[in-house]
Design a protein around this ligand. Structure first.
Ligand SMILES: Nc1nc2c(ncn2[C@@H]2O[C@H](COP(=O)(O)OP(=O)(O)OP(=O)(O)O)[C@@H](O)[C@H]2O)c(=O)[nH]1
Ligand SMILES: [Mg+2]
Length: 378
């Protein structure tokens, strides 16, 4: 990935049905995504238009005006909140002289910067190739290197673009094989885990406080005020309490996971299937949300639908309304009415954590309890 320029200008299409507020919220989130990629937002704009231009997505006149404004502000990159096709990006770049990146491309760039482990890197690379496949336009020498230069030249008549597609598909299948292997390794390692210890996954919108809760529950984790700070799944042991009957200590294995976001590129969801496998195989989910966000309900909808998409629609779950220290009393009462089953919590002050532990203790079966012997057995 080449170094991205520092200043960017943000645009989003607004159709006749779209409310100003909704588009503004999306643009604010796009700004945060830009910052998470070390870009500095210089300005932003909603581009109102009833129809989509198939060539440049936005209107021709709009694009020219945007380019002039962005240039004045010293921006060198255009960030588009909409998902654009490869040719639309190219046409926009030609018309404006700017580098253009759509929302999916930006999220991919963030993931590429964050990915640390071999598995996360392979997953992001897979997502990148899936994203590029329909957008291919030329240069393929880097691909040739990566697939080992085997059978690069196609038969007579194979065009450049066909070679590119074939190379990309080849790399995609290599990566899928590598991921299957890594998953098998992880599964074998996982078999050593005690079957009696319940497994819990922390899931939720990005920046909700999942890592903070992991830290509060287990003493480990590095929270950061950044979108997609966490990419890798980390699992730690949390102490839940003492079993009332056996007086044995009870624990759970708690996993932190990658956050969700609206319009999460489906290539990433698919690529992260193996990491998110931790979520699928968990006994229960703690759905963490930032209660202080005005977008709370929207975030919950995104989380609900993403969970369904990865096959976790039916997992037992507890909604943890985190960050209530940043919420007024009346708002807390409203939240109680809207989400009576949720725990209102604060990862920093540990408010609500006792309730979370109680729920986990009740929900998840512990070690088999010694049965009281009947008289005839004694
Ligand atoms: N005031 C307040 N801040 C919190 C609370 N929980 C988390 N934060 C802050 O919110 C920011 C995000 O926290 P993280 O725990 O990194 O969030 P996350 O859900 O793991 O985010 P990603 O890994 O990026 O998806 C950090 O700056 C935390 O310090 C809370 O209960 N109250
Ligand atoms: Mg995190």
């Amino acid at each position: 990935m080449p170094e991205l320029p520092a200043r960017c200008y943000l645009i989003a299409h607004q159709g006749p049905q779209d409310h100003d507020h909704d588009i503004e919220v999306h643009l604010t989130e796009l700004e945060e995504l830009a910052r998470a990629c070390d870009l500095e937002p210089a300005g932003r704009e909603r581009l109102k238009r009833a129809t989509i231009d198939s060539r440049t997505f936005y209107g021709k006149g709009q694009i020219e005006a945007v380019a002039a404004k962005a240039r004045n502000l010293g921006a060198t990159l255009l960030l588009c909140d909409n998902e654009l096709s490869g040719s639309q990006v190219r046409n926009l770049e030609k018309a404006t002289g700017f580098t253009c990146l759509d929302r999916t491309g930006l999220i991919l760039a963030i993931f590429e910067r964050r990915a640390q482990t071999r598995e996360a890197r392979a997953q992001v690379e897979l997502a990148r190739y899936e994203y590029e496949l329909p957008r291919l336009k030329g240069a393929w020498t880097h691909l040739e290197r990566q697939v080992g230069g085997v059978g690069v030249r196609g038969g007579a008549g194979e065009t450049q673009i066909e070679v590119d597609r074939r190379m990309t598909r080849l790399r995609i299948s290599q990566l899928k094989r590598e991921l299957e292997h890594l998953q098998r390794v992880r599964r074998t390692q996982g078999q050593g885990r005690s079957p009696k210890v319940p497994r819990i996954a922390l899931v939720g919108y990005t920046n909700a406080g999942k890592t903070s809760l992991l830290k509060a529950l287990t003493g480990e984790g590095e929270p950061r005020n950044l979108l997609f700070a966490t990419l890798d799944t980390t699992t730690r042991k949390a102490w839940l309490g003492v079993d009332e009957e056996t007086h044995e200590p009870r624990h759970a294995l708690v996993s932190d996971t990658v956050g969700f976001i609206r319009k999460l590129p489906h290539q990433l969801v698919a690529a992260f299937r193996s990491t998110l496998g931790e979520v699928r195989t968990a006994d229960a989910l703690l759905v963490v949300a930032d209660a202080s966000s005005p977008e709370l309900e929207d975030h919950l909808k995104v989380v609900g639908s993403t969970l369904k998409e990865i096959g976790c629609g039916d997992h037992p779950r507890l909604l943890v309304l985190n960050q209530v220290d940043r919420v007024t009393r009346p708002r807390r009462l409203d939240l109680k009415r809207a989400h009576p089953g949720a725990v209102q919590a604060c990862a920093l002050t540990r408010e609500g954590l006792e309730e979370v532990r109680e729920w986990l203790l009740e929900l998840v079966p512990g070690p088999p309890r010694p049965r009281e012997l009947e008289p005839w057995e004694i």
